[in-house]
Design a protein around this ligand. Structure first.
Ligand code: GLC
Length: 583
């Protein structure tokens, strides 16, 4: 037991983040739901989700109580990286529908009171973009090649790549053309990196922003937001960057420190987090300000430490940045406490909201990660031959982690299906895999398909209601039936109803614009405990039950809260509770 059951009123508090004003701009406290269009809902029956499918299911999101929706890319694309390879930034891919379908979806969302942000992919285009086709046709030394990063090779006959950079998806970051030149691609070879020193590239993306702003979008999620500007001369760097957490497996002999001196960046190497990238955000911020209604940008920047990340959300840059340090902390009390404290420290210093996220389309879902024997593990995909998560434990911890997250002041991101407690497909046959990371690593990384499986809407229908034809682009595990929306709606204590209740209480209690004080007598060891406005939040990440304050009244809990022999309230292991603070 961690307390002598003090009353809630006498708990000591340490202020970390002061409350804001309830009428702040929407993006300061919004809960934003990520729709992954391929896998949300399929209206056409081809087995791939589409915009009409999203429109038809927007009621689910309004009912859930989120404030906004972020759509992963639906633009014209050969789908070499599931749409993060854009061939035309102003067209909808026929897989997903038409621009009219987009307008209808946006209109329906706005009528339901949901804001909509769309994905912007500025670091690279598809190899099927008209600019890349022109560059290939025009040949070495042409003006058309200036829009990308073409270089001569090194060594005899230029047969070696221009530098030693590795692709984030595995293998070299350069591909050689039959005419002898090489081009840079930090991701797949079908995703050539743009040259952001080129004025036409800058002008084009400002125009793309205006195109979608004019159609009425509320903002943008900026893909690989720290990548557009590279260090001059593209110097060698022996590190390897992996998704989300940034640099990994850098050996002590790698020239990281020297690279830092040369580039002025954090510890990310010469392709990431260069100071020059901030000029792009300032320019985009000026574009957004020309529009009404608080349009916003969220930066997907895998930048460490958090103080470097906060530079992306200075008042004249992006409004938000994803807080991947929170996601990476796992189900670990010390790590969570640290990341919460430091996130508010750095973001408050620049006047930006802190954001929170546990799952997205690039990581194993938190319900599966937290069921692994190491609750901070973050494998890039889980396959048949890998350790299988404990599904019940993972779900229990995922629900607890979500209640902790949704009580934190700031803005929170939810990934589609997490409101159902959905696990990854962890036994997907490799023959179905589509993620380029799987192929470029020769299968060493299973990749991201497991978190991208189509959603289950109704337990008894073909494809669990995802598609009228029963076809799905990735197979759904049989276990998804139990997670279907219609199996949970109206069922007290279901994950769906717990999310709905949490979002309603978060709103009515003003938690998103609230403050954070650690509760000194409760917080520590396996317990993370804080106060936000009139709500006390206690998360028990240990294996022993924890006694709650004597006068506690339960608002919401991730599991049933028990009473001990003396009638006191006890929080079991791997659980979070929201309590009403005494008067
Ligand atoms: C971002 C996206 C990811 C994509 C990559 C390359 O990290 O979230 O899905 O593969 O960028 O565009």
């Amino acid at each position: 037991m961690t307390t002598d059951a003090l009353p809630t009123t006498s708990l000591g508090r340490a202020l970390v983040h002061a409350p804001g004003t309830p009428d702040a701009a929407w993006w300061r406290d919004a809960v934003i739901y990520q729709v992954y269009p391929r896998s949300f809902a399929d209206a056409s029956g081809d087995g791939i989700g589409d915009l009409a499918g999203i429109t038809a299911r927007l009621d689910h999101l309004a009912d859930l109580g989120v404030d906004a929706v972020w759509l992963s890319p639906f633009y014209r694309s050969p789908q070499a990286d599931a749409g993060y390879d854009v061939a035309d930034y102003r067209q909808v891919d026929p897989l997903f529908g038409t621009l009219d379908d987009f307008d209808a979806m946006l209109d329906r969302a706005h009528r339901l009171g949901l804001r909509v942000i769309v994905d912007l992919v500025p670091n690279h285009t598809s190899d099927e973009h008209v600019w890349f086709a022109e560059a290939l046709a025009a040949g070495p030394g042409s003006a058309a090649r200036e829009r990308y990063l073409f270089r001569a090779g090194r060594g005899v006959d230029g047969a070696e790549p221009p530098n030693n950079w590795q692709s984030i998806f595995g293998g070299p970051a350069w591909t050689r053309l039959p005419d002898g030149e090489w081009y840079l691609h930090l991701f797949d070879s079908r995703q050539p990196d743009l040259n952001w020193e080129h004025p036409e590239v800058r002008a084009e993306f400002e125009d793309v922003l205006r195109f979608w702003l004019d159609r009425g979008v509320d903002g943008f999620r900026v893909d690989v937001a720290h990548g557009m500007v590279k260090a001059p001369g593209l110097p060698d760097w022996a590190g390897h960057v992996s998704m989300i957490e940034g640099v990994d497996d850098v050996s002590p002999t790698d020239p990281v420190d020297r690279a830092d001196e040369v580039t002025g960046s954090g510890n990310q190497g010469p392709m990431f987090d260069q100071d020059g990238v901030h000029e792009i955000y300032r320019a985009w911020n000026r574009v957004l300000r020309q529009y009404d209604g608080d349009r916003a940008m969220v930066a997907e920047a895998w930048v460490e430490p958090l103080s470097r990340l906060a530079r992306y959300v200075r008042s004249d840059e992006a409004q938000q940045a994803f807080n991947f340090a929170f996601l990476a902390a796992g189900w670990d009390p010390a790590a969570l406490r640290d990341v919460v404290t430091s996130s508010y420290g750095v973001n408050d210093a620049v006047g930006a909201p802190t954001t929170w996220v546990l799952s997205n389309h690039d990581v194993v879902r938190h319900a599966s990660r937290f069921g692994l024997s190491t609750p901070t593990a973050r494998p890039n995909g889980i396959g048949r031959a890998d350790e299988q998560p404990d599904e019940a434990l993972g779900l229990r911890r995922a629900r607890a982690a979500t209640l902790l997250m949704l009580a934190l002041p700031g803005s929170a991101y939810l990934y589609q299906g997490e409101e159902l407690g959905l696990p990854d497909h962890t036994t997907l046959d490799d023959t179905y895999r589509q993620d380029p990371a799987f192929f470029r690593t020769g299968g060493a990384e299973r990749g991201r398909d497991g978190c991208r499986v189509p959603l289950p809407w109704s337990a008894g229908e073909p494809a669990f209601g995802f598609s009228p034809s029963g076809v799905t682009w990735l197979p759904q595990p049989a276990a998804y039936a139990a997670y279907a929306v219609d199996a949970q709606r109206g069922v007290p204590g279901s994950t769906l109803e717990t999310y709905r209740a949490a979002l309603a209480a978060r709103r009515s209690e003003g938690l998103g614009t609230g403050g954070l004080e650690w509760l000194e007598e409760l917080d520590g060891g396996d317990v993370v405990a804080f106060r936000n406005r009139d709500v006390l939040v206690v998360a028990n990440l240990g294996s022993a039950p924890v006694e709650l304050p004597a006068d506690a009244a339960v608002l919401l809990a991730s599991v049933d809260v028990e009473r001990d022999a003396t009638g006191g309230l006890v929080l079991p292991a791997d659980a979070t509770v929201w309590l009403r603070a005494g008067a």
